[in-house]
Structures are given as structure tokens and as C-alpha cells.
Write a protein of this length. Structure first.
Length: 300
């Protein structure tokens, strides 16, 4: 497999590799910053500020080019984009909700199992056949998930794994929805639309669960929004220039960063069984990404 990866990477533009690596680093920073505030503030509030502060760079991206924002919105697949935005919003909310209860590296790894869930859902939602290779890869990946979330076997609270699995499920629905959206939809407008819908929806929940943030926490949540939008932009640029399957191995560098941040900041150490599970998740997800050409990657 090492030879295969090297061979395929040799055809990748260096700019695409640089963009995807920078994107994964941005997402890892988002995850680490989110865990800091998720330990102190409600998940809906963290999600709201992630969306709200992400609006500014997303709006700035839409102002570039020859088309106005109004023209971009008028030609957007509003129904498809709304479904995609709501499913991705659900994934973000469940991720932030589960972060306080699991080591960062394990939480990110479970979130990445969204690619495997796509394999199971695609025959029902996209009318696609499940190939033997895809089925085997998905089975191996789910065994990896069980090793990571094993009851009482690690540092995880019992509440963390179900929340992160819900995150992966909604992330899978979002990936499937991407294939349903019109191919002509502009990616920059997609990012802006997601941030706008997310801000409105989560803003409506603040009346039910709110804790006034300190200036420091507000600054951290502002950075979450900026880095998340920057990661989405870099990821979009990378996928425009290279094949999604060929980029798949580079996506999982964010798990490495998350594990390093978790160790450096919270002293989290990934147990050997959990590490085995993460390897199974990553390996099987790469196989699925190569086979299906899915836009594999985090949806933060």
C-alpha cells in the first residue's frame, strides 16, 4: 500500500498537497480550541459563535470574483444546500457536545468514521451498489470504532461515544447530500450559506441554553470560526486541483495533530487498543475514499 500511495501522490500538484495539509492543521486547531470552550460553555453556544464568526471570512470570499453575492444566491440550489447545511450543522453540534467527554484524538477519529457510514447509507439514499471491497472496508472500520469506544476501556465518559457517533452519522448525511447538490453551485457561496444558516438556527437555541462568555472565551470562539472557514477554503482549493481519493491519506494528518494537541494541553494518551482502532478507521476510510471518490474530510 505504501508504494501505491507514493505512486498516486507523485501525480498530485504540490500546491494541492500544501493546501490539504494546511487545511487539516486548521481543522485540528479548531478541534483543540473547541475543546477548551466546550468544557465551559453549552454546545449550542459554541456552535453559534463558530458559525457567527465564520460569516465574516465567508462573506469576504464571496465578494471576490466577478459575480455579486446576490447573483450567487439566486443561482444556488437552495433546497439542496439547506439540507446539506442542516446535516453539517448537526455534525458540528454533536462534535462540540461530545468533545468534553473524550480524548481529542479519539473524538476526531470517531468523527472520521462518517466515510464508512456513507457506504452503509448509499444503497438506500443514492441507489448505489455496495461492493465487496467497500463492505469489507466498512466492517474493518466499524471494528476500529468499537475498539475506540469500548465501554470502560479508556478515558472516555459513557456520554462521549454516542454523541461522536451521531456526529459521524450527520456528517455522512452531509457527504451524501454533496452528491445531490447541483455541480454548478459555487463552493465559496456554499461555505457562506452554511455559515448563515448555522448562525440563524443555533441563534434560535440560545434562549434555551446560554452562558455569558468572558472576553477570553469570546476570542477563542472567534478563532474557531476563522480557522474553520480558512480550513474549508483551503480544502476546497485542494479538491479543485486534485482527485479526492488521491488526497485521502493527507486528510488524516488532522488526527495526528489532534492527538499531539491532546497530549500537550490535557496530557491525554491514546491507549494501544484505541490506537489500533484509529488505524483501522483511517485505513478503511482511505480505501473507501479511493474507491468512491468521495469528498472525504472533516466537516467542521
Amino acid at each position: 500500500m505504501t508504494t501505491s500511495i507514493a505512486a498516486r501522490s507523485g501525480h498530485l500538484p504540490l500546491a494541492s498537497i500544501g493546501c490539504i495539509l494546511a487545511s487539516m492543521f486548521c481543522f485540528a486547531i479548531v478541534d483543540a480550541l473547541a475543546k477548551i470552550v466546550a468544557l465551559q460553555y453549552p454546545a449550542n453556544e459554541v456552535t453559534f459563535f463558530r458559525m457567527f464568526f465564520g460569516l465574516v471570512p465567508a462573506f469576504a470570499m464571496c465578494c471576490t470574483g466577478t459575480r455579486s453575492l446576490g447573483e450567487r444566491i439566486r443561482t444556488l440550489d437552495l433546497k439542496g444546500q439547506t439540507v446539506r447545511a442542516l446535516t453539517l450543522l448537526g455534525a458540528s453540534a454533536f462534535f462540540f457536545a461530545g468533545l468534553p467527554y473524550m480524548p481529542l484524538g479519539e473524538a476526531v477519529a470517531i468523527a472520521y468514521s462518517e466515510t464508512l457510514i456513507v457506504v452503509v447509507l448509499a444503497p438506500f439514499l443514492l441507489r448505489e451498489k455496495m461492493t465487496p471491497r467497500g463492505a469489507c472496508a466498512a466492517f474493518a472500520g466499524f471494528v476500529g470504532v468499537l475498539l475506540v469506544v469500548r465501554p470502560g476501556g479508556g478515558e472516555s465518559n459513557w456520554l462521549g461515544p454516542p454523541l461522536l457517533l451521531c456526529c459521524a452519522f450527520f456528517g455522512a448525511l452531509s457527504l451524501i447530500q454533496i452528491k445531490r447538490i447541483r455541480a454548478t453551485d459555487d463552493s465559496r457561496t456554499t461555505v457562506f450559506f452554511f455559515s448563515a444558516v448555522g448562525t440563524v438556527v443555533t441563534g434560535c437555541t440560545l434562549a434555551f441554553d446560554w452562558k455569558t462568555p468572558t472576553l477570553h472565551a469570546l476570542g477563542v470562539m472567534a478563532l474557531i470560526g476563522v480557522f474553520a472557514t480558512a480550513g474549508q477554503l483551503l480544502c476546497t482549493v485542494a479538491y479543485r486541483r486534485a482527485d479526492a481519493g488521491a488526497l485521502a491519506p493527507f486528510n488524516y494528518t488532522s488526527i495526528v495533530w489532534a492527538a499531539l494537541f491532546g497530549y500537550a494541553v490535557w496530557g491525554e494518551v491514546i491507549a494501544p487498543l484505541s490506537l489500533t482502532g484509529i488505524v483501522l478507521i483511517v485505513g478503511s476510510a482511505i480505501v473507501v475514499a479511493w474507491q468512491r471518490k468521495l469528498p472525504d474530510g472533516p466537516n467542521a
